[in-house]
Design a protein around this ligand. Structure first.
Ligand code: FES
Length: 127
């Protein structure tokens, strides 16, 4: 289990919600999967760090998931562009496919996912 990640029967704590500033992204990793969060218009979005094109991580550099203007999630491998709000790919080789959104809660300021979501994510294949 990566440092700082807490897991229990009720939830897997990922990161403090306040750690993701407006227009920024952060990657987090559990024992079961890699994820990233993006904040846009005050809303947090959590996705699996997994490109639906080839199933590779979206980023090459730590925490770098957005295009230079911060308007899109961009895959570093072949440049696919995904809408931040729902993960829909609108340009690139996986157009029409979605990033895998992960349901989460913010509990006492901590972004938390269900243990089942964390397990499911480790078993998925590219769309
Ligand atoms: S692996 Fe992401 S666009 Fe090809």
């Amino acid at each position: 289990m990566p440092q700082g990640i807490k897991s229990s029967e009720t939830g897997v704590d990922l990161i403090a919600a306040a750690a993701i500033a407006e227009g920024q992204a952060r990657e987090v990793e559990t024992a079961s999967g890699q994820y990233f969060l993006v904040r846009k218009d005050g809303q947090l979005h959590l996705y699996r760090n997994f490109c639906p094109h080839l199933g590779t991580p979206l980023n090459w550099e730590e925490h770098r998931f957005l295009d230079p203007d911060g308007e899109w999630i961009q895959c570093a491998s072949h440049g696919a562009l995904f809408r931040i709000e729902d993960g829909l790919c609108l340009a690139g080789p996986c157009i029409g496919k979605h990033l895998h959104a992960v349901p989460f809660q913010v509990v006492d300021g901590i972004v938390t996912i269900e243990p089942e979501s964390d397990r499911e994510i480790s078993e998925q294949q590219p769309a």
